[in-house]
Design a protein. Structure first.
Length: 650
């Protein structure tokens, strides 16, 4: 029957931090078997160390219950289930037991089983770490069986072996001890054990050495200091042994450099996971706030625009209305940034050539950066097509240009570059959401002050800024990151202090033909019509504004407060309904379901959605279904009138 031991700190930490989405970070560990188990004890992931130790290929082990590696006696005693229960109750447990390889051979192992929790503290499974201690057990048995071990046996041990008396005189050591410490045999004979350590490690070793001679055994993690000054992390285990009637310390040390690196990587992966979950939560909040704010801005900006049309140019009211209008525009920009950061912005993607978008916004970029910054374009002549929202690509360029301008207060050069590129598996392996393949590269580089190394990991965090108060919201780069991720792309940043910064954005190549830009409507800013429109909006103020605009343009408007009321109206109305204009998120019946029911009743009815943002199923990963038109809130009366006319004329 296995015996329970106190858990080693670094092994417990490994198990605690091993999150399945980041298992690639621990594939470099080959001396430890690290596997993730689901709550029932089935293997969910399998590292190369597990394959080496147990002998199973990943496809043979994944999905199997971890009792597969236990002896028949342990399985018969129900020990695997007892071990899971104990780990769940205590958080982690470490046992020394026999394990079984694929070929049936048994070996001694130390098993650490830890409860793994998700971001909200709920039980998500277990992490198991297996250390093969067969050689160590053999060494212990050899020490107990023969006090006077031969040199050949000592040199065959996997770690460092040593023995010294209470005065700290080395009596015996193996060849590996000399190799690791870089001292000769003559030098080791003159050393005290504490000479191989320094700082707090030295104090800790002194306490543990005293514990061995007092209590009989002790273990510790500490850094060996070699003759050349290298620090090598080791796990030491010492026992008291009588030699010629005198107490001595018999110890072994195992190099844990690989495990420390894996432990650090796992800590970093855990930090990234928590950061991603935190950003997702902030994104949800930001999206919700922006959605409600957009309804208010629609009403404020809409009525302001209508009043500006009616107020005479020389009226004293006009300046106040104009200031309200400008404040509304600034608020709209802020909500767009919030939505882009939270990846809640509704996209209208098109197959486009990035070169065309860059050339369209070139004049605006030159005005933004000022005369002391030189704008240089390097656009690939045979650039492949990508699928993205042209307006959002412009938003990316503007945000990066403004950021670059602020990094070059005394002038410099801003370069916008495009090219076709291919990302291979070795590059994509470091990013869980990136697939190898052909991409279109958009690079925006400046010759500014660069990004400090301690700031770089935080540049995409929302509301993080190094600018002084009043010069930035901290949403510019968060917006860029949100748009790129929502477009299924990837963004990387390269920067050196005082040598500039380069943002590289990769968008997947598509084989479809580039879609031509839709020409602007000719003639009046408020095109008119006589069709019948079913307007569905649960916000009364927004519904009232939209109804006034559409009535003023000559349309017959049927109003409904929600989806259920709209369906009843559509069934009872005897005339033709040419267009459904509906909010997306509404109580009782959402926009998507409403559109399906209305078009099922009236096949010739077209659909236009209005929304600040939505998680509704009408949007798949932030991309609007191609069969429906969309108008982003807040909208102006002119934008609503033009969009309605465009949809009706298609």
């Amino acid at each position: 029957m296995p015996r329970t031991k106190s858990a080693s700190p670094f092994i417990t930490s490994l198990a605690h931090h091993a999150a399945d989405p980041f298992r690639l970070l621990i594939e470099s560990v080959v001396d430890y078997a690290i596997m993730m188990l689901d709550p029932a004890g089935h293997v969910a992931s399998w590292n190369p160390g597990a394959q080496r130790i147990y002998g199973y290929e990943p496809e043979e082990a994944i999905g199997q219950h971890f009792s597969l590696f236990c002896t028949d006696e342990d399985v018969a005693d129900g020990y695997p289930g007892h071990l899971l229960k104990q780990a769940l109750e205590e958080g982690h447990v470490e046992v020394e037991c026999l394990r079984v390889r694929h070929d049936g051979a048994q070996f001694w192992a130390v098993i650490t089983l830890s409860d793994v929790k998700d971001f909200f503290g709920n039980h998500a499974g277990f992490a198991e770490v297996t250390r093969d201690i067969t050689e160590y057990r053999r060494a212990e048995d050899a020490v107990r069986a023969e006090r006077d071990l031969s040199t050949a046996m000592l040199n065959s041990l996997p770690g460092v072996y040593y023995m010294y008396d209470e005065d700290g005189r080395f009596l015996r050591w193996n060849r590996r001890f000399e190799i690791v410490t870089e001292y000769s045999a003559a030098e080791i004979a003159r050393l005290h054990p504490l000479d191989l350590f320094e700082g707090t490690d030295k104090d800790l070793l002194a306490e543990r050495i005293a514990a061995v001679f007092r209590d009989g055994a002790a273990e510790v993690e500490a850094n060996f200091i070699t003759k050349s000054g290298k620090h090598i992390p080791y796990y030491f285990n010492g026992v008291r042994q009588l030699v010629d009637g005198k107490p001595c310390l018999l110890g072994m040390g195992i190099d844990i450099s690989d495990y420390k690196r894996a432990e650090q990587a796992l800590r970093e992966s855990d930090r990234r996971l928590q950061q991603a979950q935190k950003l997702e939560a902030i994104g949800q909040l930001a999206g919700g706030v922006a959605h409600d704010f957009n309804n208010l801005l629609t009403v404020i900006s809409g009525y302001t625009d209508m009043l500006l049309e009616d107020v005479p140019p020389d009226s004293e009211l006009r300046e106040g209305l104009y200031q309200i209008h400008k404040a509304g525009e600034r608020a709209q920009t802020l909500t767009r940034q919030l939505l882009a950061f939270g990846r809640k912005q509704v996209m209208e993607p098109k197959v486009l050539n990035l070169n065309a978008v860059i050339l369209d916004v070139e004049k605006m970029l030159r005005r933004l950066i000022g005369e002391d910054v030189i704008l240089s374009l390097s656009l690939a002549p045979e650039l492949s097509a990508a699928r993205a929202d042209p307006g959002q690509v412009e938003q990316i360029l503007i945000n990066l240009a403004v950021n670059a301008r602020d990094a070059m207060p005394v002038g410099g050069q801003l370069t916008v570059e495009t090219q076709n590129t291919m990302l291979d598996a070795s590059y994509c392996r470091a990013f869980s959401d990136l697939e190898p393949g052909n991409y279109v590269l958009l690079a925006v580089s400046d010759t500014g002050c660069g990004i400090p190394a301690d700031v770089k990991p935080r540049i995409f965090e929302p509301f993080f800024t190094t600018k002084e108060v009043g010069r930035g919201t901290g949403l510019g780069l968060a917006t860029v990151h949100g748009i790129v991720k929502q477009s299924q792309g990837h963004v990387a940043v390269y920067s050196e202090p005082e040598r500039g910064t380069s943002f590289k954005i990769y968008l997947p190549v598509v084989a479809d033909a580039v879609q031509p830009a839709v020409p602007p409507l000719e003639g009046r800013a408020m095109p008119e019509g006589s069709e019948t429109i079913l307007l569905v909006e649960d916000e009364e103020a927004v519904r009232s504004l939209a109804s006034q605009v559409l009535h003023s343009c000559g349309y017959q408007v049927l109003e409904a407060r929600d989806g259920r009321e709209a369906c009843e109206l559509a069934r009872s109305y005897a005339g033709r309904i040419d267009l459904l204009v509906s909010d997306v998120v509404m109580p009782w019946l959402g926009g998507r379901e409403l559109a399906e029911q209305i078009t099922a009743m009236r096949a010739d009815c077209r659909v236009l959605f209005l929304s600040g943002y939505t998680d509704d199923a009408v949007i798949r990963h932030g991309v609007l279904q191609a069969s429906y038109a969309f108008l982003q809130k807040p909208f102006t009366p002119s934008a609503l009138a033009q969009k309605v006319r465009t949809v009706l004329d298609i």
